[in-house]
Ligand binder design. Sequence first.
Ligand SMILES: Cc1cc2nc3c(=O)[nH]c(=O)nc-3n(C[C@H](O)[C@H](O)[C@H](O)COP(=O)(O)OP(=O)(O)OC[C@H]3O[C@@H](n4cnc5c(N)ncnc54)[C@H](O)[C@@H]3O)c2cc1C
Length: 513
Amino acid sequence: MPNSSAPHANASHGNTPATQNGPSGIAVPLRLRNSERIPLSDRSMAQQTITITIIGGGLVGALLAQQLAQRGFAVEVYEKRPDPRLSGFLGGRSINLALAERGLQALRTAGLADDVLQRAVMMRGRMVHGRDGNSGLQRYGVDDSEVIWSVSRGALNMLLLDAAEAAGVQFHFEQSLVSADFDAQRIRLADAAGVERELPVGMLIGADGAGSAVRATMNAHSPLGERIESLGHAYKELEIPPAGELPVGVLQLSGGHDQYALEPHALHIWPRGGYMCIALPNTEGSFTVTLFLPAQGAAPSFATLPDAMAAAAFFSEQFPDLLPLIPRFSEDFDSHPVGTLSTLYLQRWHLDGRALLIGDAAHAIVPFHGQGMNCGFEDTVVLANLLAAAPNDSAEVFAEFQRVRQPNADAIATMALENYVEMRDSVADPHYLAKRELGALLAERAPQHYMARYRLVTFSHVPYAYALERGRAQDRLLEQLLRDTPNVADIDIEAAARLFRSNLEPLPRLRHG
Ligand SMILES: Cc1cc2nc3c(=O)[nH]c(=O)nc-3n(C[C@H](O)[C@H](O)[C@H](O)COP(=O)(O)OP(=O)(O)OC[C@H]3O[C@@H](n4cnc5c(N)ncnc54)[C@H](O)[C@@H]3O)c2cc1C
């Protein structure tokens, strides 16, 4: 994508304003925390002697490492997998991801946003594909300043590794954390051959993802209050190849253009009630399709689709327009793993000043708001600024990091779960569509008092916890207005705007990021 098309979203500056409940019960930002507004140039660069050890060089670990190095820390990263720049990226999770304003803002702070956007595909909204084969675009925002971006996980990870190395970070690949002795301040690592060694560490940060080994070893030292809630639904990835690899007859029906078999600038959804498929575009013309389905139980579930033949029969019934676009359906279905989906809740994210969890290691969520990485990227800016402001007080910094970020992590976990129902079901529901239509009218008529929750989460930097509460309050009023009539045309929009103005605080000042 050209840089000129980078989004300029409505967004408050900074990251996570402190909040308190306003008269309407909605948390309103009061002030930016000191740690979040220290200009980089003013920060002490005297932290060279402090070494920070990060376990995990994935998306969050690599970006955090870069930001800490930029602020003058010496950073060592130990990553389980081989260097993807030498041996190719070993995936395991989604092939591509949606990058939104929060992630972009973190990348801007790191000076990397333009580079990332050059390798991304703009998605303007949801292209909803009905059972009848008809499709329609539901825009995410008001215009092209409010879009999300499809990025390749592997390409993004490699870009972040390059940037971190350029900032002075030392990476050690094929080094898997086995355990840590926090009292002796030593970690045990295993190489690819399983040969173990021990190292002394100071500050240890676990950015090793949802199955974090750092978390397990912290939990063994003193329990973190861990709770993992399985969604009960799982996923499998399939591929729509570039248009050139598909028969002309198939392409005529699918509405694609140029090298893409479908409209490229959209996140495609085939909602089917209790399950769905989605597809995100890749830069070279393909789409990655993800089927989300209950893991067990009565049909349809992954348990009732034991092989590609059963799955193809299911697709030809439920996704007849999608199946012809996946010519390698059988190979993909039989060879790609079924991924599980869970939400992780912890009571404690750190062990005094010795160890801290960040990103998915602290708060893995289900992917339906496309915010896991975005939230983890937001984490990195908050933590890097806190540490830069108080480099010798890691216990205080880690406690403050949890205090600031945990309510927001909990809120996006809730919204991500709610969004699964919205995506697989509500996007095709007339009541949901009426609420969307009414919301769009109110956003024009009373922009200070109504902004769709999706936009607050995706295109602004207001705390997730604020977006959750504000969304609930707005939703109650929309329901009230639609109680007596299902028809938006029958509603007096001026009176509706007055209802919002008299019941809700003005939205916090949102400005371009
Ligand atoms: C299907 C799916 C779709 C998603 N879509 C989106 C989306 O559209 N938008 C979005 O924002 N988020 C999305 N997410 C969430 C996103 O993938 C995660 O939030 C993000 O990857 C978290 O980054 P992380 O660095 O914390 O963890 P990870 O990306 O899991 O990285 C952890 C790293 O630690 C390494 N590691 C693991 N164990 C060890 C060890 N013992 N020693 C050393 N290294 C270790 C791993 O090899 C890996 O490199 C999606 C997730 C899934 C499953």
